[in-house]
Design a protein around this ligand. Sequence first.
Ligand code: SF4
Length: 375
Amino acid sequence: MASWPARGNVDYSPPTRPGLQARLSSLDSALSRIVNGGQLEQLKTKAVRSFTVHRPAPSVRRFKRRPRDLLKRASLFESEVSRVMLVDLSSYDLILVNESGGKDSQAMLTHVVGLCDAAGIDRWRIVVVHADLGRVEWRGTRELAELHAKAYGLRFEAVSRSEDLLDQVISRRAALDRAADKLEAEGKPDEAAKKRNAPAWMSMSARYCTSDQKTSQVKKLMTRLVVEHRTRNPGTVFRPVRILNCLGLRKQESPARSKKPEFEVDKSATNGKRHVDRWLPIFGWSTEQVWSKIRQSGLPHHPAYDAGMPRASCVFCIGAGREQLVLAARLHPELAAEYLAVEQRVGHSFKPGLSMARIIELSSAAQVGTQDETA
Ligand code: SF4
């Protein structure tokens, strides 16, 4: 029996002509496997119907044709095709859309809902998940994400870690100190000193804020959804439940993000009971495209953008620049004070080379400057 190809995804990227032919052949053989799989006529039809072809921005084109016709069409566009991705949306039991309340995930939600509608996918299959970061995130992000989900008639789930981010920084400091004490007792002063000097704060190279506060919590939701899905659909007990996990990351955001794969099997979330693919549906979008999609949707966006912030998730993101952090401290002085208290307690600055104490100082100076100008 021919096997169903890995979650209906075929990707070819080099825009060069010599590479294109090879890519088209590999696309051809993957599509042939789907079409000639033989044993699953109804799946074959479904797969063909719901293929989505992503072409270079700005258009996303969907072909209601056989894959071979689609391939011919792709060949016709040879000169303009730089990247084609096919995602067989209908082959998933559940489509999980991560909505932080920020602009990118908001635009992605609208985009994914549109693609699912076009592919005839029932909305009950789509679940909007918000990782609630509590006091450290912009006020109203959870409510906004819920409002967006409800506007499309989608199920909304909020997940959170029992210990919030600031408490986690304190616990991490304590754990590092315990480890240092142990190493000292074992007569390893150099290693102990390393632990003692290790910063407890998250950083761009130690982003436990994302892995612990967001990713791990979403995985717990996946476990719950799989149990639910299997109870409601006993047919899925004998195979892994297929989940498409959609994230609103864009390559324009940073050089590190631009290297991320647009689609991949999420091995860390996949287990015997579920198969999880991670997809970045707006990976190639520009900021203008994001705002245009939001405008088209008619749904509200977070007011932090109108106040001048370029992002809305954590008020004080470790990835944010000095200006953004100073502005955030002006908008949320009480939260800045809480960060400062943690900074003093753990004995390390919030960001290497930029302490919260300094951010508060700069924000106060800016405030005084503004008052002087208006006096
Ligand atoms: S917004 Fe910034 S600080 Fe908050 S979880 Fe994401 S990367 Fe970490």
